[in-house]
Design a protein around this ligand. Sequence first.
Ligand code: NDP
Length: 332
Amino acid sequence: GREWHLVARPRGWPVPEDFALRQEPVRPPGPGKVLVRNEYLSVDPYMRGRMNDVKSYVPPYELDRPMEGGAVGVVVESEAPEFAPGDHVVHGLGWREYATVDARHATRVSPDDAPLTAYLGVLGMTGLTAYAGLLEVARLRPGDVVFVSGAAGAVGSQAGQIARLKGASGVIGSAGSDEKVRLLTEEFGFDAAFNYRAGPVAEQLAGVAPDGIDVYFDNVGGEHLEAALGAFKLRGRAVICGMIAQYNTAEPPAAPRNLAQIVGKRLRLEGMIVSDHLAIRPQFVEEVGGWVRSGELRFRETVVEGVENAVDAFLGMLRGENVGKMIVSLPH
Ligand code: NDP
């Protein structure tokens, strides 16, 4: 099977030459393991961080080794009693056509309950991030005015909708194109939205939230975070989920310059990592699964075909070519 290796560590924006698609033999799985033919691969912003050789909450990708990431596939050979050929599983060995997965690190999923792609997005890691970030980290309360950046993406589009479903009194989103901004209000139910490329974020935010915000769901950092600090009411809360505006920059960011607002407004800014919130997963699957089935929560996916296009899908996601979750589909 073919698998993507990192062959050079990107500086700034990754380039196709940093990656190589290599053919490796497919072997029997071995005791306690299953051989999985991947059907869908996830490409995610955090993977950019794993391409750097720095200590972080996940170890860096090794050079000339297959990269890892979320994937859903079908078991084709099993040497583990809990799985049989034909079972679908979600696991962490993406970026490749065939994966040999330790049964302890595979979770059975059913295409009868939801489309398999949902387990990488709306009912998977990005969905849980939105749910736990709002409820456990920002501690959303009914009546809050909520601002979400990266709002047309996988986490952001879900965070905005969950805020509304949980009783926020206003939900504002920002995204990088007029088309995405239209989607936010027309499809995802945001009360207001703006294109951050069309003018200063602080001015545009003040225009749609003249009375300020209570919660900021930060996917972007930089100028967006500065604008949110300026817009916060007293005792505002920010969930610092990601800072994608600086993942590919070589220079440190120029903003935020107004951190002193944290003092006077008694703000709480808290970073999150989704894997700390697995305890709430059953509640998340139950509640969000219900909203998906009833149609109260909409989700979009951007699907790129073919393992050979996985790097392009990843780079495209970093550039904003996706609406909702970016997924790579393999033949099946
Ligand atoms: P998305 O689906 O949101 O895709 C990334 C989006 O980021 C792009 O579509 C693009 O949209 C936007 N973007 C890219 N560059 C910039 C920029 N310079 N300024 C503003 N927006 C930009 O990805 P995810 O939903 O998977 O992830 C969203 C965020 O959540 C990321 O920061 C990620 O790191 C973080 N995250 C954190 C987790 C955690 O545990 N802490 C878990 C999962 C995700 P546009 O066209 O609008 O620019």
